[in-house]
Design a protein around this ligand. Structure first.
Ligand code: FES
Ligand code: FES
Length: 172
């Protein structure tokens, strides 16, 4: 029995499990039906329930961008929303970017430009960068700096990240 359960018994409350809900998530083209704690975040649902550990948990507060995924083609920090809010939406994680085993051009550019050191921020950087170009916000170096500012790289790989984005932008 947990400390919290003991406290509830002492207060006359029966311990109980957190409420569970059945949710359906569309991730990388596959439909998943899950039974989860109603409070589970999209990030935890992806990582802990679907085994998609590409999206990383950095701050868990919406401040670092490590957990960035695409929802209906828009970038979203997966740590800030409840999984139940994203039912019937098309979710894409870093695992869903490559096609037939071929890296997405942004993934290939990150490798080519050595745009990482530890790699922890990299999936979020790549998802954000893919969307940045779709948004038409990669026109200048300043734009790239500004509109990638939600993705923190503690290793300071920013110049190489920007070089990768510029190359994909020029070739698109
Ligand atoms: Fe989601 Fe940092 S883990 S923004
Ligand atoms: Fe280490 Fe970005 S490569 S945090």
């Amino acid at each position: 029995m947990t400390h919290a359960d003991t406290e509830k018994r002492l207060c006359g409350q029966a311990p109980h499990d957190p409420p569970q809900v059945a949710i359906t998530l569309h991730v990388n083209g596959i439909v998943h039906t899950l039974q989860v704690d109603a409070r589970v975040t999209l990030l935890d649902a992806l990582r802990d329930h679907l085994g998609l550990t590409g999206a990383k948990k950095g701050c868990d507060q919406g401040a670092c961008g490590a957990c960035t995924v695409l929802v209906d083609g828009k970038r979203v920090v997966a740590c800030l929303g409840l999984a139940a809010q994203y039912q019937e939406r098309e979710i894409t994680t870093i695992e869903g970017l490559s096609v037939d085993g071929r890296l997405h051009p942004m993934q290939a550019a990150f490798v080519k430009h050595d745009a990482f050191q530890c790699g922890y921020c990299t999936p979020g950087q790549i998802m954000s960068a893919v969307c940045l170009i779709e948004e038409g916000r990669a026109e200048t170096e300043e734009d790239i700096c500004e509109f990638m500012s939600g993705n923190i790289c503690r290793c300071g790989a920013y110049p190489n990240i920007r070089a990768a984005i510029r190359e994909v932008k020029e070739e698109s």
